[in-house]
Design a protein around this ligand. Structure first.
Ligand SMILES: [Zn+2]
Ligand SMILES: [Zn+2]
Length: 332
């Protein structure tokens, strides 16, 4: 609703525009600013509750990492629990070094409250958090946002903050080539660092899988929306029209369906593997079920059982009784 009213204000002119502006002023301080933010950041801004006539919101800042980046963590087992290793932890012989690569990082969250005198006299009140940054790093980013405000007081600053975080925060933190996860013992309220810096204090065995899962989900989302070429029919389709196998090879739905049905029809189910000639990984049953439909999937199951038993019989050493018994099993 707010985004659409801001849209009409933007296209309207003269008296109408002035009227809308006055309405926004009366409706609540900061409303027009928030409308503008919604228009700029789209789904990355979440409105929070209204407080004393002021409005608060959260911006999800997605960091730009073209080509991806390595994330590493040096870990140690202290008292049976996994934690980030500190420089003063002593004996490093039990250290674990964990490294993985991501193309997407969970966003940095900035929660803002606009004071009534923003932007003429006061900056937005804010807190900052991110799953992959510790308190010292977040404090350093908070400080940088303060500096930006100080340089140009009286100007709308949130958009610049977000842009800077998106494009420059990694190099500012010294993470040009690699992000190093470190300990986040200090909480929001503990001494030291900026009180606006709110690190996620989850242990590494929680944080690391979260970061990996986030990246996997985003990569899959990006795959579904992008255009890809099917290496069987050489036609181009959107990702949603592809079947992606666990081996990461993907082929258009139509080709995969024809391919699977052909093998089931001809009874060559043992050859029903990833169509990439250098791969040969199995096509999992859940995908086959979708491609074949109920009846043909049942036929595939029966055929697979038969072919597997055939193969077992062939490998059993020449012992008349066992062979006869195995063949009887096949018949009944
Ligand atoms: Zn195809
Ligand atoms: Zn494959």
């Amino acid at each position: 609703m707010e985004a659409s009213s801001s849209g009409s204000a933007a296209v309207g002119g003269g008296v109408e525009e002035e009227g809308l502006r006055r309405l926004h002023e009366l409706a609540g301080i900061g409303r027009d600013k928030i409308c503008a933010l919604e228009a700029i950041f789209g789904g990355n801004v979440v409105m929070l509750s209204r407080k004393d006539g002021k409005r608060s919101f959260q911006v999800h800042v997605h960091i730009e990492i073209p080509g991806g980046i390595d994330v590493s963590a040096r870990l140690s087992f202290g008292a049976g629990t996994l934690n980030y290793r500190e420089a003063h932890d002593g004996d490093a012989s039990d250290d674990l070094f964990y490294k993985f690569r991501v193309e997407h990082l969970p966003p940095i969250l900035i929660t803002c409250l606009l004071p009534s005198s923003y932007p003429s006299h006061q900056p937005p009140f804010f807190t900052m958090s991110a799953e992959w940054l510790d308190k010292a790093m977040l404090s350093s980013l908070c400080h940088m946002l303060d500096m930006t405000w100080q340089e140009q007081q009286g100007v709308e600053v949130i958009y610049q903050w977000v842009q800077w975080l998106q494009s420059s925060s990694l190099s500012y933190l010294g993470f040009d080539n690699e992000i190093v996860l470190s300990k986040g013992y200090q909480t929001c309220t503990e001494d030291g660092g900026d009180t606006r810096a709110c690190p996620d204090n989850a242990p590494p065995d929680v944080t690391i899988p979260r970061i990996i899962r986030y990246n996997d989900d985003k990569c899959h989302e990006a795959f579904l929306h992008a255009i890809h070429c099917c290496m069987i029919c050489f036609s181009e389709f959107r990702g949603v029209d592809f079947i992606k196998l666990p081996c990461h090879h993907f082929f258009c739905q139509k080709c995969m369906q024809t391919y699977c049905k052909m093998h089931v029809k001809e009874g060559t189910v043992l050859k029903l593997l990833c169509p990439d000639t250098n791969c040969g990984a199995a096509v999992p049953p859940n995908i086959l079920k979708i491609l074949l439909g109920e009846d043909e999937f049942e036929r595939w199951e029966t055929l697979l059982l038969q072919r597997t038993l055939d193969a077992m019989v062939d490998t059993i050493p020449t012992n008349g009784d066992i062979q006869v018994h195995a063949k009887k099993m096949l018949i009944y």
